[in-house]
Design a protein around this ligand. Sequence first.
Ligand code: HDD
Length: 689
Amino acid sequence: MKYTNSELPNGESHDAKQRQLDNYRVNNFGTQMTTNQSVKVSGDEQSLKAGVRGPTLLEDFHLREKITHFDHERIPERVVHARGYAAHGEFVLHKCMKKYTSAKFLQGAGTKTPLFTRFSNVAGSKGSSDTARDVRGFAVKFYTEEGNYDLVGNNMPVFFIQDAIKFPDLIHATKPEPHNEIPQASTAHDTFWDFVANNQESAHMIMWLMSDRGIPTNFRKMEGFGVHTFRLVNSEGIAHFVKFHWKPKLGMHSLVWDEAQQISGKDPDFQRRDLWENINAGSFPEYDLGVQLIPEDDQFMFDFDILDATKLWPEEIVSVEIIGTMTLNRNVDNVFAETEQVAFHPGNVVPGIDFTNDPLLQGRLFSYLDTQLLRLGGPNFAEIPINRPVCPFHNNQRDGFSRQRIDVGQVSYHKNSLADNTPSTTPADQGGYEHYQEKVEGHVIRAGSPSFDDHFSQARLFWNSMAPYEKQHIIDAFSFEVGKVQSQSVRQQVVDMFCNVDSGLSAAIATAVGVKRPECTPATSEAASPALSMKNTTFVPETLKVAVLIGDGFDSTAIGNAVRSLRNAGVTVDIISERIGSVKGRGGKTAVANQTFITASPVLYDSLFVGGGTSGNAAEFNSYMRNYIEEAWKHFKPIAFTNDGSRHIPMTSVQEGPGIIVEKKQSDVSQAYINALAKQRFWHRSIYK
Ligand code: HDD
């Protein structure tokens, strides 16, 4: 039975991809159970036996089919980026890019393209926790009318290595150590840091990973980057180098490390749940697409090599031009069918977008098809619904495991006369893909370019660009990660390495991890790029999550007004008390608690609104309140108190000051609280200003 799902509430139909997926959506609700051969099943709880206490019979085809299918349900998880979560959406172009590229989906402001975006963690396995310190994958598949274009990026603009030949080594060093398979989803172990210290081109990426970018609050609040330098080529064959950026409309925001670790236990699905819930609630995440462009002739004008994936193009030198917006507006129907089976490949390009000689990119162009062949069991994965282009595809490829389409006719070769030499090729000026005609010459050589040799200038640029509290977080992250390394020699090597970035940084790590402070001559450049600091991001209250804490006898007028005005400000509210259900307020009004102190946790919220009231067991109630407030305070979050609620303040470390608001009146919550919410963290509470 077909389940048509592509209609929007206003009767409009969804985009081409959704209409295509409708052909595959099946709703089993209300149907009769059958085998895969469509034979109706009469019993599904007992196997077929010779007598009720007798042996089970092999002829039970329903039993055999059910168990066999189950036995084969799992496919290999991705070798990296195994843990991921995805959503459908669309890209709307704001600025016609005809001058730079012939790609059709980038022509004509207003052009809409359906897409599918998968966010991921790199190191952990499929069942690991969302909030591990890690790079996040940010992979977008655009279903354009000229075929699929995949922008397979990360939430950091640079990478650990410069040449793809080192990727297996990087990942072997990063994943759990092979002899004991420890630790899961963490780089805080010997082999990772041994790799770092002995492959020093990783310095810049490590600065990003140790920064707050390694622990984004959620997928909705992180940037994305295509990382490599690609080429845009226009219809006259003129090329520009390009870097792609995704900029979240809600700004970039991060967790604090202690909070991230607690969330790993309290809700390992924290980030996927956030995406799922916000899309379901209609709070669709939006990201602007920006491009940095460098004319072909200007490629040697910079003090870094634009083909080196460990380098970014500072936005102050090459500005980011916003050209469109991606909106994620629909959750998947089935995680396995869509999120797990989607196959990204940086080699999936459309006319007008091309590669460069970045040696990291060149290796990726091989790896992705290769990995899908294993993971998805053969060469026909492009026929899986989520991977199908929205335009038809025709060629002479045939057969293989699980072939879905039925190619009719006698001919499956080129050139032919029996089918009028079709499928025919298309000249470039009519939309056939033509590779950019770059002039290439050189000796066959297994060596890197000397222009890739500077590993520390941009690592230092990143460090210089951080706000003081961001610098402290980097020191803390290094102290944690390198502190977990057993080998003193590796700890010393790391500390020595980062002296090339900043002597203060390396001295602070040395002290924390118990090794010698290195004597080195650090680089002295003071160059900074303000765009790299998250201090300069967007701060808005929309979609933040507030926990309203109440007990019996709470001030129902104050809480009622607060909840209403928070919701009006676009904030999500949970009411937390000792038990789920009605909580009696003063004056007979009740509120319904949808979480309890033990089902929820302060680390799952952006802020607390502490109401009054108590419970039969006042000591227990006060202790819950104290713990919640203490945690939120420790994680620098804004906290508001009703007049009644403020009686808990003296039992905690909370001190008056920015981000601590006592709502004296029973009216709507004050603008001061909404402003504090938008600010999200009050770093002055740490000793580091
Ligand atoms: Fe990769 C998956 C991003 C370097 C080999 N990579 C993968 C995914 C993302 C990236 C987002 C997950 C896609 C999804 O959601 O399914 N990878 C990057 C970026 C890189 C990078 C931004 C550097 C700029 N990757 C890289 C190299 C190689 C690979 C150098 C190999 C030479 N990556 C893979 C892979 C994966 C993959 C093994 C695993 C699953 C998959 O491809 O589909 O082929």
